[in-house]
Design a protein around this ligand. Structure first.
Ligand SMILES: [Zn+2]
Length: 88
């Protein structure tokens, strides 16, 4: 078992869990945030990139597609959140 020290209550807890067994604090909050921001930066999230050299109609089309994509992804993540909160 991998043990990590909880940054909230300074108690050693099971590192395989997302939350501290003692105080319910999130163990990897910083890492989760870092990974989330890295995903956006590295473009692993498939958002359409707008090339500055693209002509205006293409830019407009890409903007439109990207907005649609963002709405689609937010719907998916909302569904995922609902599913994970109702299924136990
Ligand atoms: Zn704790």
């Amino acid at each position: 078992m991998k043990e990590v020290k909880c940054e909230y209550c300074q108690t050693w807890t099971d590192g395989n869990l997302e939350k501290c067994q003692h105080c319910d604090g999130i163990l990897y909050e910083d890492r989760i945030k870092e990974l989330a921001s890295r995903d956006i930066d590295s473009g692993t999230v498939p958002i359409i990139k707008i090339n500055p050299d693209d002509s205006l109609p293409i830019k407009g089309g890409k903007h439109f597609l990207r907005i649609g994509q963002l709405i689609f992804m937010s719907i998916i993540s909302t569904i995922a959140a609902i599913a994970s909160s109702t299924v136990h």
